[in-house]
Design a protein around this ligand. Structure first.
Ligand SMILES: [Zn+2]
Length: 386
């Protein structure tokens, strides 16, 4: 990308009101930050930054007086490439049908798989771009995106190529995941499907990665009763790991394997946090759970899972980056890291979580590698500089 210099001068005479609580999450907010070549070059008090850099050295200066600058949000888990939404199943679910009930009745993932197999590259790409743009407007600057609605090799590769095209387009960062073991394809047993993946899908994928046709970071398997059991899951993940992919899998999502709970239970995030587990958040955007907004995910994590706002922000930034193997470049405002920021029109960052569904008004700028990729013209507190 072309060299891009960026400066976010906060002219407020003192640190942001939220600075202390944010620092406790290991996410320092700085009064001023500048980026060069897409990386954060300096963070510090306004005077020090002004002494270090003449103002004309910057392409763009944003007056952030009274606003907050946060690290770009990282969505650690999404399924963004598909055709065939499932709005018609939502009423069934509200009436008590479980994911597995719908699955057995021939709906669920297989409905989306049918549509995705038939969709053209162009249709899938356009839908993906629309979804990524909505995520960006909600503050996401790095997103994990999975294949997994093809199940057959050709459609899985079609999805990965669509993700690759979006990744090369720039803007929001994409961490790509091969998820061919998202469900057992019709007419196959889990063991046959796993053989197919290990013997055909992954070798072909390895070849395409080697030639540079696609870039894949992670591998995911849906490990669940009635989908892939522990043995087939392990077999697939080990093959993926051997070819250099990071493991990032679905486990215990619908109900813990072997447990008897009939209905979905929320994950025990509070217990995990108390026991020292590093928790990351993701929207899990997919046709069965249509959510593109990490601020809403953070709100739900606080209200439903008992997380504090600091924990939710860390889980949606540095921890999510860590889950994707990117915490050395993403997830916090530190010199040398990628210049990915969200600027909100409020003096306390907690508004981003507190105002449920309010991100459309709150988020004023989304910046990736020091370049504004979204400027909110509808925002009430509009920036004065162009
Ligand atoms: Zn998922």
């Amino acid at each position: 990308p072309p060299e891009s210099r960026f400066w976010l001068p906060l002219r407020a005479p003192q640190p942001l009101p939220a600075a202390d609580s944010t620092q406790s999450s290991g996410l320092p907010l700085a009064p001023e930050a500048g980026t060069r070549d897409g990386l954060i070059e300096a963070i510090g008090p306004a005077d020090a930054i002004r002494r270090q850099f003449p103002e004309e050295a910057f392409d763009e200066v944003i007056d952030c007086t009274g606003k907050c600058v946060l690290p770009g949000l990282v969505d650690a888990h999404t399924h963004p490439v598909w055709d065939g939404d499932r709005v018609h199943e939502f009423a069934m679910k509200l009436a008590g049908a479980s994911y597995m009930d719908i699955h057995r009745a021939g709906g669920g993932i297989h409905y989306t798989v049918e549509h995705t197999r038939q969709a053209s590259d162009e249709q899938l790409f356009e839908a993906l771009v629309r979804r990524l743009q909505a995520m960006v407007r909600a503050g996401t600057t790095l997103v994990e995106g999975k294949s997994g609605y093809g199940l057959d090799l050709d459609t899985e590769l079609k999805m990965l190529r669509v993700l690759e095209r979006a990744r090369r387009q720039g803007g929001v960062g994409i961490s790509t995941t091969y998820c061919g073991a998202h469900a057992v394809p019709r007419g196959k047993t889990a063991s046959e499907a796993a053989d197919d993946i290990v013997q055909k899908h992954l070798p072909r994928l390895q070849e395409l990665i080697r030639t540079g046709e696609v870039h894949v970071d992670n591998i995911d398997v849906f490990c669940e009763e009635g989908v892939f059991d522990l043995d087939t899951t392990r077999r697939i993940l080990q093959r993926g790991k051997a070819m250099g992919l990071l493991i990032n899998f679905h486990g215990d999502e619908l109900r813990p394997m072997g447990a008897a709970e009939p209905r979905l239970k929320p994950p025990r995030a509070r217990k995990m946090l108390d026991e020292g587990v590093v928790v990351a958040l993701g929207s899990d955007f997919n046709p069965n759970a249509h959510c593109l907004s990490m601020p809403m995910v953070m709100h739900l994590a606080c209200v439903n899972l008992g997380m504090t706002m600091d924990e939710a922000l860390a889980a949606a930034t540095i921890n999510a980056a860590h889950a994707l193997g990117r915490s050395h470049t993403h997830g916090s405002l530190e010199v040398g890291k990628q210049g990915d920021f969200v600027v909100i029109g409020a003096s306390r960052w907690e508004h981003l979580i507190y105002q449920f569904g309010g991100h459309h008004e709150l988020i004023e700028y989304v910046i990736v590698k020091g370049k504004v990729i979204y400027r909110n013209d509808s925002s009430e507190n509009k920036e004065k500089t162009p």
